[in-house]
Design a protein. Structure first.
Length: 168
């Protein structure tokens, strides 16, 4: 295990052009292999940043919604049309930034969405990022039917709670 300074902080960089062989090949649904054994266990809060490439045919009033699947339970719940709530893998939304009539990129800064908390991190398994429309069921596409452009996303984890009996 790497020698970390406490409290533990680390980033995981996800590039939609460097995905697992089991990935769909669509930037809206990417799977990444990751060796979790290098990361110390504990409670963590997670935020993310995202920077996409140019979406040249973006004409839509919809914003991309990000879901993060990994073998850990997030502190996010989703209301539904039935009585109750379900744990959700939703981590936030993206902003659109217009550079010209034909250049629109999606982005999110670390502080644009609320932190998501994890009681523990996975010990194995891939990371999957899915990008949906606002209905949370349809993978995001532009109105012309193009997939989301490639992106780089950074998951930023910081340990929270107690370390060696001390609050952090």
């Amino acid at each position: 295990m790497t020698n970390y300074i406490k409290p533990y902080r680390f980033n995981i960089v996800l590039n939609s052009q460097q995905v697992s062989a089991s990935s769909s090949g669509n930037p809206n649904d990417c799977t990444y292999e990751f060796n979790w054994t290098n990361i110390p266990q504990g409670k963590y809060k997670m935020s993310f940043s995202y920077k996409g490439q140019n979406n040249t045919d973006f004409v839509s009033n919809d914003s991309p919604q990000i879901f993060l699947h990994m073998n850990a339970t997030p502190s996010c719940y989703q209301a539904s049309n039935a009585n109750g709530s379900v744990i959700s893998t939703y981590i936030g939304a993206l902003h659109a930034e217009t550079h010209s009539a034909t250049e629109i990129v999606f982005f999110a800064n670390l502080t644009d969405n609320p932190d998501v908390y994890y009681e523990s991190l996975p010990t194995s398994g891939p990371i999957q990022v899915k990008v949906f429309r606002a209905n949370f069921t349809t993978l995001f596409t532009t109105l012309a039917g193009s997939n989301l452009a490639n992106y780089v996303m950074v998951l930023s984890f910081e340990q929270v709670g107690k370390i060696d009996g001390y609050n952090i």
